[in-house]
Design a protein around this ligand. Structure first.
Ligand SMILES: Cc1cc2nc3c(=O)[nH]c(=O)nc-3n(C[C@H](O)[C@H](O)[C@H](O)COP(=O)(O)OP(=O)(O)OC[C@H]3O[C@@H](n4cnc5c(N)ncnc54)[C@H](O)[C@@H]3O)c2cc1C
Length: 416
């Protein structure tokens, strides 16, 4: 992307100053070649790659609220690619490789930090599962290594490896290339990049209907700002996919759940990496602002509420305090929730639908932030070419009919 004096003055350096505060949504045109529904990271990345790699530039991203106001701006930003099954490893590794060059690609600092993601094993079963992951990942050329409790403490000194606790540490799997990025910067970086290539990014524009012609093909969308014509429509609206697809008469194998996270008061750098405990459902890292970022589990019931149950957060904090006793006196600053859509096999759906011209990208559940660049990249190719990108090909809607599932739920316990 060219960086003129004008962009420097209006948008700031490759950081966050001046954007998106000074940015205004354009008026929608009467029609676009492609409409992307959902201005989260995945939707904006899709629009960016459509314009940058496929030269499809008559594109609009329609967002009912503000950019990144959905799960993109609400997640705990864990990035890793050490998934068990080949299909998952391929898409998350594709994403991780893109993360590694993303700030340069977008000329925007997304603050990707490969500080290492360590996944704790508390039982013999955990240890066996993680060792299986380590071997499977290495066969796929993905870094992952097994650590003893002492090596885990060496990597993350605040970790309590004592044995007189409810959740003793029996070892850990470490992906050193895993880490974090600044979530809203990812949305802004892709938005700015797409906008510079001619994509219209329209906030406060909710899609309330999907229009089809007599043959059933998509012709446009109804929105709170009027009808907008479209040759193709891509739905990337995590948590609300079923509602949108229902507008086109497509039933989705999805359930929506609240998932919550919380941050502490800011403190000096004290936590060097990301630590996850799938068994307990607790995750922790420290943001560049100094806050401890803590992720909890999903609620037990489906809902569209953007707040999770207090008892879930309490359970998570109990576990965090046992694993990291030095945080017992920290105060929590704020908590929030997002709505994640979950498929029966806990893997995403990316691709074509039974409706000609309608494409869908959803079902990332609790773990889609890490996939953002890869998801957008393969979804853009799928939309542009009208057939699945090879990496996206296994993640069809069709698999719930054929039974060819990609069961990361059983493989990973959770999908962060
Ligand atoms: C608390 C929490 C912690 C998480 N932690 C992690 C983590 O550590 N690592 C990880 O990899 N993933 C994590 N995730 C999951 C991750 O956040 C999501 O999978 C990912 O951000 C999904 O991105 P998206 O762009 O698809 O969705 P979103 O960012 O939710 O974007 C979808 C957009 O669609 C818009 N929309 C909905 N309906 C309409 C409509 N009718 N018209 C127009 N627009 C509409 C919404 O307003 C929203 O902005 C977490 C999620 C939560 C909630």
């Amino acid at each position: 992307m060219k960086f003129s004096l004008r962009t420097l003055l209006t948008q700031g350096l490759a950081g966050h100053s001046g954007w998106p505060e000074q940015w205004r949504s354009p008026e929608p045109k009467a029609a676009y070649d492609v409409i992307i529904v959902g201005g989260g990271g995945h939707g904006l990345a899709t629009a960016y790659y459509l314009a940058a790699e496929h030269r499809v530039r008559n594109v609009a991203v329609l967002e009912k609220g503000w950019l990144g106001g959905g799960n993109t701006g609400r997640n705990t930003t864990i990035i890793r690619s050490n998934y068990l099954w080949d299909e998952s490893a391929a898409i998350y590794e594709h994403a991780l490789k893109l993360w590694e060059g993303l700030s340069r690609e977008l000329n925007y600092n997304v603050m990707y930090s490969a500080r290492g993601v360590m996944m704790l094993a508390h039982t013999v079963h955990d240890a066996q599962v993680f060792k299986r992951h380590v071997h499977a990942n290495r066969l796929n050329g993905i870094d992952n290594e097994w650590l003893t409790p002492e090596e885990a403490k060496d990597f993350c000194p605040p970790l309590n490896i004592g044995t007189d606790v409810r959740y003793p540490i029996v070892g850990a799997a470490l992906q050193r290339r895993g880490g974090t990025a600044r979530h809203d910067a990812v949305a802004w970086g892709y938005a700015r990049g797409a906008s510079a290539l001619g994509v219209d990014i329209i906030q406060n524009c909710e899609v309330i209907g999907i229009d089809r012609d007599a043959a059933g093909a998509v012709t446009g969308v109804e929105t709170t700002r009027g009808r907008i014509g479209a040759g193709k429509v891509g739905v990337v609206a995590a948590g609300h996919t079923s509602v949108l697809m229902g507008m086109a008469g497509v039933r989705m194998p999805l359930e929506s759940y609240p998932l919550q996270a919380l941050v502490s008061e800011p403190v000096k750098p004290v936590f060097p990496c990301v630590v996850m405990s799938n068994t307990i459902h607790a995750y922790i890292s420290q943001s560049d602002k100094g806050e401890l970022v803590i992720g909890a589990g999903t609620d037990a019931y489906t809902s569209y509420s953007q707040a999770g149950g207090l008892h879930i957060a309490e359970h998570t904090l109990d576990a965090i305090c046992e694993m990291f006793p030095m945080f017992r006196r920290m105060r929590m600053l704020r908590s929030w929730g997002g709505i994640v859509d979950v498929t029966p096999d806990r893997s995403p759906i990316i691709g074509l639908t039974p409706v000609p011209g309608l494409f869908v990208n959803c079902g990332w559940g609790t773990g889609g932030f890490k996939a953002t660049p890869g998801s957008g990249h393969v979804f853009a190719a799928t939309i542009a070419q009208g057939r699945p990108h090879p990496i996206a090909a296994p993640f069809t809607l069709e698999r719930f009919r054929t039974g060819r599932l990609i069961d990361e739920a059983a493989a990973a316990a959770v999908a962060h």
